[in-house]
Write a new protein. Sequence first.
Length: 110
Amino acid sequence: MPDPGKKVLIGSDYYFIYGFDKKPKMGTVIMKVEIFTMGGKKDTTLEVKVDAGMPDMKGAHDTGDRPFKLSQKGVYLLPVDIVMPGDWEIKLTFLKNGKVIFRGSYKFSV
Ligand SMILES: [Cu+2]
């Protein structure tokens, strides 16, 4: 995926912007995702999940797919625990009516 803060297209109907509440470092970071229709209207009808882990340490810290929670402002939020320095990867999955419509990943170092 493009870097945090950039638009990421989901097919031809939606785009989203994802980010963290702070630059990821040891401890808990809050991931956030905002989804918009192509017309720029906020959309909260999709389901979003994230799996976080260290690619070089398969299975050591993988969180498995966990669903984001929707805030009252329509922002998808989820805390992610960064428990070790090194290379991390988050994998996002977007579903509409239970069907996967987008998968993407982002790697970062802590
Ligand atoms: Cu590790």
